[in-house]
Design a protein around this ligand. Sequence first.
Ligand code: ADP
Length: 595
Amino acid sequence: MPPFSKVLVANRGEIAVRIFRTLRELGIGCVAVYSDADRGRAHVRAADEAYRIGPGPAAESYLRGDVLVEAALRSGAQAIHPGYGFLAENAAFARLVEQADLTWIGPPPAAIELMGSKTAARAAMRAAGVPIVPGAVDPVGSASEVVGLGAEIGYPLIIKAAAGGGGKGMEIVRSPDEAERAFDAATRQGERYFADPAVYVERYLEDPRHVEVQVLADAHGNVIHLGERDCTIQRRHQKLVEETPSPAVDDALRARIGQIAVDAARAAGYRSAGTIEGLLTGGGEYFFMEMNTRIQVEHTVTEVVTGLDLIREQVLVAAGEPLSLRQEDVVLRGHAIECRINAEDVAKGFLPAPGRVTAYREPAGPGVRVDSGIDAGDEVSELYDPMIAKLIVHDVDRDRAIARMLRALEEFRIEGPPTLLGFHRALLEHPCFARGETCDGIVESKELAERAEELEQSFSHRTTSVAHGSDGSATTVPRLVAVEVDGRSYDVSLHVTEPPWAGLARRRRERSASGRGAGGNGAVLSPMQGTVLKVEVGDGDAVEAGQLLCVIEAMKMENEIVSPRVGIVRDLAVSPGAGITIGQLVCVVATPEPQ
Ligand code: ADP
């Protein structure tokens, strides 16, 4: 007998598709929800039935707890799985679900609440004897308090939104004069993204590894861990590559941090799948950072080395069953790596790059898994996370897994928006990654961005066409075709002349996409579509190169637009709260008049 007859997944994209796969195997009916922007999308097609929950913006659809519960009741579902993101770590939603007599496939609301506040979690963990990152456990109320703490615990510091997540609401402070701006930014982001301006301060550890431990707990008092994941490779404090085992963790350290994680989960009264995130220093110290009370994006690498299905464990635990295994039954086999394939432009500082995917083919073969929720013709919407797919490989050891990942990345074909395929290839072939180092300073370096671009270009040369020609007239394209001569296939490039109108749309696209920085006349154009959050300058202000002009929010990320040069602000064309499109004028930074 299946534990539930029907389950509603309150999510979209790859994670909804992933959860439906497990539900199907368990003989459970699959109920999807969708916003207007997701009508007919992969996760809707993967379900047995689907319900519209509102317009595209998440606040009007995937974040509407009341509408989601209503859809579940209407469908006759008995339980709700929240996936990750959206309402997955919202205790009020979990309670709403339980009040409607539905089963919440996740941890107890009280545990979500405790871990949702980084300050409360730090205090609880410290009380339970779990080592926490040195710093305060109480919120700070002003920049001068930050400076006071700096004198006490030393620089650098990191200010974090107490309710933060997803790398947002975090600001590094290297000296007292940076405190004011960092405090303001962290407070603003806390307020904006988590409706909570509270921030606190902890020590910023230099070049640590992000090492997290997967735990599973049931309602019968069993708590086990499934080893670690190393998620050190990040940009903007957000993960890009995850692997297990960590190159820096041996059996003894694994046993130690595993025990810390089990203690932390017990202290939180935990049930379901969860992750204890921590920082590992070069000296081998391990500090608790936070607990994620949900399934994580990177749960996949743990699944492939343990052979377990973590979503299945979650569903069965929610139905009251005991865990399917004991700690001594956990076996970790081989090495797994996950690369997040996002629609992002590496050359433009990993700027989210929404757009239509015009061609799409996933890699396959031994040891390759792809979790995705997209098809050719689908739009990567600016409304949601820019992740297109997760590419996961498994092999006997790390070196083999890297080689396998490089092969799979090369096989992956995505046309339309720029993606991280080239970036991942550049990173995984870099000696720092091969050596298992933290690659600090390499991930966001120009060197890597250039190599990534090179790899992307060589790939598009092989498959379709690359164009160049900058005047307004005809454009010559090298177009690669396969020809067969005497039974052997050759790749041949054809240099063909495109009529002017064919190249026009592309040139327009290229022009509008090259908005970051200034043109020859000092015009600063918006590199993205979004909303202006904050304007830091006024007409006539003198600015330095690199000085903040304004902050634009796009795809749930704050992007700072800085002055490309020394000059005077003229023609300021943005105001807080206003929408802005790619290529729209922000202001002109004019050359100062000679005195
Ligand atoms: P979020 O909840 O927004 O994901 P975390 O607290 O998990 O934020 O931190 C995200 C990342 O930021 C970590 O993986 C780590 O790379 C970096 N980080 C966070 N706190 C510190 C710290 N005290 N010292 C150094 N790096 C940190």
